[in-house]
Write a protein that binds this ligand. Structure first.
Ligand SMILES: Cc1cc2nc3c(=O)[nH]c(=O)nc-3n(C[C@H](O)[C@H](O)[C@H](O)COP(=O)(O)O)c2cc1C
Length: 246
């Protein structure tokens, strides 16, 4: 079977963060299918450093959401200290209210990394802690994005909930779920049937980001151009959140 480019492009365009969920249950078969796809993700030296923890029990999900709320409250305060050029704080756009969105999702899939697998990397990276970490984390990122893509093909909505990486949430969630101390949380995927459609996407133009050989093609962006992009991207994203909040 030859993979079809058009179908791939269609899938990656269709995969979007959807942050409003119906409470309808997700069939176990779908969860298995999502994890099956992630299992095939590439990882550095094929170390497959992942463990998947599926949380379906409502009380556990409620407790996880409560733990994460601590961070969302802190974020709101921290955002007040943004540098003025960056524009309005995320909290104004209801970013912190996003904490409430994933609470409705009937399934959480937590992806854990097992740093012990780093001992399987070649000696060439054994004493390069930064590269070792990059290889480890990249593998987890691939598995995680594969899960999102698989969810899309099944008509399911998925949301990253990276606040699980904060020290407080990390510790408390591991304690709550009885996760062995050696494992580290990578991220949480909230999963369920979508309660809203996917929105448009603010995306950079291809011709602005492709560079050939020595300086042909698009010029690299200046500091001011990057700042301008940040302002526009943030404004756009906040507009989307407002649309969803209504
Ligand atoms: C590493 C990473 C962390 C992210 N963390 C969060 C998060 O904590 N909460 C959230 O709602 N979305 C999170 N996202 C989703 C991004 O906001 C989203 O991918 C981006 O805005 C582009 O939108 P799209 O996913 O709809 O294409 C994260 C995405 C990545 C790749």
């Amino acid at each position: 079977m030859t993979a079809n480019y058009d179908q791939l492009l269609e899938l990656v365009k269709k995969r979007r963060s959807i942050r409003r969920f119906k409470s309808d249950p997700v069939p176990d078969a779908c969860i298995d299918q999502i994890i099956e796809v992630a299992r095939w993700a590439p990882s550095g030296f094929n170390m497959q450093p992942w463990e998947f923890v599926v949380v379906k029990k409502g009380e556990l999900r409620r407790q996880i959401a409560e733990i994460l709320q601590v961070y969302f409250s802190q974020l709101k305060e921290m955002e007040k200290n943004r540098e003025p050029w960056q524009g309005e704080p995320w909290s104004v756009a209801g970013m912190t209210d996003l904490g409430g969105d994933f609470t409705q999702a009937p399934v959480y899939i937590l992806l854990f990394g097992d740093p012990r697998t780093q001992a399987g990397l070649p000696m060439g990276v054994r004493y390069e802690t930064h590269r070792q970490q990059m290889i480890h984390t990249s593998g987890l990122a691939h598995a995680f994005v594969y899960m999102h893509l698989a969810a899309t093909t099944l008509g399911l909505a998925s949301q990253w909930v990276s606040a699980v990486q904060t020290a407080y949430a990390h510790t408390r969630i591991k304690g709550l779920l009885g996760i062995p101390p050696q494992l580290e949380i990578y991220d949480l995927l909230a999963l369920g049937y979508p309660a809203i459609g996917e929105s448009g996407k603010f995306i950079r133009e291809r011709q602005e980001m492709v560079h050939y050989d020595k300086g042909e093609g698009a010029p690299f962006r200046s500091d001011e151009e990057v700042r301008d992009f940040i302002r526009r991207a943030r404004k756009w994203t906040m507009g989307q959140h407002r649309r969803v909040e209504k």
